[in-house]
Design a protein around this ligand. Structure first.
Ligand code: G1P
Length: 293
């Protein structure tokens, strides 16, 4: 059965990006010309996803508005003959069905994914975190590869990983691989935001997952963990402990993850995407070069 459903959690408050995120969802922050979550959706569509379930929360209605078809705006641009601007709204017409459900209490990422269960039921699905872009301009097809691996190897879950500097392990779920030399590997364990000296590797969870429905059974039994939150990482750990096959897939080097969860990586992402802009990238490059000299 083809996997065509993705769950995109967007309920987090984004407190690491205050004051920017006080009344604006972090998933709607601009990176170059588009908001983060539009890149996420475009990446998923390219990987064969045609149904997207957002797990939203307080203050996130701008996301719903963004994916609506805005007939008034379309009409206005038509009347003014601004065809080139109309083309910017093409994403509204992607062949995707959108669903929204709310995480009514802020109990962590694991709990947010569990909120998807009544809609997802017993089918396999993708989870893509709404605050991470994979690859410059989201040109990643890693989710497609993850789905292939999930099906071909009858895995219980597949998780994307990226090598990070050792000092960054404290920000991510970190893999303990069974054999880490290959692009696809089996997981022995997974630890949420370990201290540097506890980290079993420098392979960090990179915001994309494929799950079979058993993850819900584990999430239901997962107690609060790191930071007092119900952690998705802990449910995956429990899946492995009960003999479930969990695979890791490394992001290819040209498909880096842009994490929009903190200012340093957000600023970097914005600059890189702006520099790659086909219309203004060149001028921006010479402006930056001047500034730096
Ligand atoms: C979450 C996960 C973590 C993962 C990260 C990826 O952390 O809990 O395992 O590595 O996303 O972006 P958060 O960013 O919500 O703190």
């Amino acid at each position: 059965m083809a996997i065509d459903l993705a769950v995109v959690p967007v309920a987090g408050r984004g407190t690491r990006l205050l004051p920017l995120t006080k009344s604006q969802p972090k998933e709607m922050l601009p990176v170059g010309r588009k908001p983060v979550v539009q890149y996420v959706v475009e990446e998923l569509v390219r990987c064969g996803i045609s149904r997207i379930l957002f797990i939203t929360g307080p203050g996130k209605t701008a996301i719903e508005n963004h994916f609506d078809i805005d007939m008034e705006l379309i009409q206005l641009l038509r009347e003014k003959g601004q065809e080139e601007l109309l083309a910017e709204l093409a994403f509204e017409r992607e062949d995707v069905e959108y669903f929204y459900t709310r995480q009514r209490r802020q109990l962590g990422l694991g709990h947010a994914v569990l909120c998807a269960e009544p809609v997802v039921g017993r089918q396999p699905f993708v989870v893509a975190l709404g605050d991470s872009i994979i690859g410059l301009n989201a040109q990643s097809t890693v989710v497609r590869l993850m789905i292939e691996q999930f099906q071909a190897r009858r895995a219980a879950a597949v998780v994307a990983f990226e090598e990070v500097p050792i000092e960054d392990v404290v920000h991510y779920g970190i893999a303990k691989p069974r054999d880490s030399s290959s692009e696809v590997f089996e997981l022995d364990d997974l630890i949420e935001k370990p201290e540097v000296h506890e980290a079993p590797s420098t392979l960090a969870v990179a915001a994309r997952y494929v799950f079979g429905p058993a993850i819900f059974d584990h999430l239901r039994r997962t107690p609060p963990g790191k930071g007092g939150e119900i952690q998705l990482t802990d449910a995956i750990r429990s899946l492995i402990a009960e003999g479930g096959k969990v695979l890791g897939v490394r992001l290819p080097p040209e498909e880096r993850r842009f994490d929009i969860g903190n200012f340093e990586s957000y600023f970097r992402a914005f600059v890189e995407f702006a520099l790659a802009d086909p219309q203004i990238g060149k001028q921006l490059r010479s402006h930056l070069t001047q500034l730096l000299h």
